[in-house]
Design a protein. Structure first.
Length: 70
């Protein structure tokens, strides 16, 4: 089992903050959200701002690392 000490600075971040953290352009982030490659918090209202679920994104990265590292 993989363990890591790096915790996300916040469980949810805006797309703008995720762009700063990841270095991805906003257009790419929107595309990845539409494709399901970036996990967002479920919206309760239509016009609500999407929030990237950093806990889920860290978990996905950890699983991908385990596949590569064995």
């Amino acid at each position: 089992m993989l363990t890591y000490e790096v915790a996300p600075e916040s469980p949810y971040v805006t797309c703008e903050k995720y762009s700063v953290i990841s270095g991805l352009p906003m257009g790419t982030i929107r595309q990845y959200i539409a494709e399901g490659r970036i996990i967002i918090k479920p919206k309760t209202k239509t016009k609500e701002k999407p929030l990237v679920n950093m806990v889920a994104m860290h978990e996905i990265a950890a699983r991908e690392a385990m596949q590569v590292l064995g």
